[in-house]
Design a protein around this ligand. Sequence first.
Ligand code: ATP
Ligand code: MG
Length: 352
Amino acid sequence: MAVHKIAVIGGDGIGPEVIDHASRAAQKAAAKFDNAELAFNKLPWSTDYYKQHGRMMPVDGWEVLAKHDAILFGAVGSPDVSDKITVNELLLPMRRKYDQYVNLRPSYLFHGVDCPLKNKAPGAIDIVVYRENTEGEYAPVGGQLYVGMEQEIAVQTGVFTRKGCERILRAAFEAARKRRKKLTSITKSNAQVFSMGLWDDVFAVVRKDYPDVESAPLLVDAAAMDLVRKPESFDVIVASNLFGDILTDLAAAVTGSIGLASSANINPTKQFPSMFEPVHGSAPDITGKGIANPLAAILSAGLMLDHLGLAKSAKMIRDSVAEVLKDGKVRTPDLGGKATTTDMGDAVVAAL
Ligand code: ATP
Ligand code: MG
């Protein structure tokens, strides 16, 4: 039996609540359908850890993580500790340190889920966003002058490199090739002429290698509108760090709930571990109530199985989630029901 080493960081808020169910479902699927074992290493890195130790992870944290085949991640963030610490000491540096330059976020309208848009058939919305994950608008470049003197000046610089644009565009084109062969490249190059201009230039070059994929550029404001007006027109969307972040929240909303939105932070060269996490955050407003929807985390664990080469169990995770949603007996409050996190986790494990 092949053994895959998985680091599990539940983190804060509903993170640990949903990640437990994701681990359980993934373990069962891997054993049953791919004869593989997932060896979990639970790491308590979180805001609580920070309050005790003054840091989000131990000094050798990055070396510890690097020894794993993948990372399953809940969420970090807490109302009483600044995001400057929680997010900026763990989540954002991980994406750069492990060169997880692809942030893959699927959005799918499942049977049995109420779509806020009128007349959308199940499956009609089937989008995957390839978000650039290591540079762009989230590059830690900038600063503040005259801090606390009521005349502060803040500068935050977007960093776009030819290499960075090219590799995310290529990854997205490769994905489009395996799907419906349609790709939309998102920018705001009419206003951000330098950085987005470079992105457009690279797009024009890369698309020549994919004549079989129908590809077009689209401005981000128009894309936001089209995601609501005609979401079925999209297949693969490729976007910068900030635009990808915003559009995926919108795509999650049009497919029913942020509680269903999964994501993967992938290092395609496999030199470093990739990380799998629900799109949602720590959700302090519902923490401890036992009502968080674990499906986003479970679907993220499915993406992890795919990345580990366990294609059959990955598909079974997705099919089991689809079956539970279609059946409709078990629904958490975000889907209009009264079921608990555990009810939902149990239903998926039973369907598996
Ligand atoms: P972050 O900054 O980490 O993205 P956020 O402040 O944007 O976090 P979330 O934690 O994602 O916010 O929560 C946004 C809203 O969605 C909250 O009202 C929360 O309760 C709800 N929500 C998030 N995740 C889930 C879930 N798994 N199930 C049900 N509701 C959820
Ligand atoms: Mg958010």
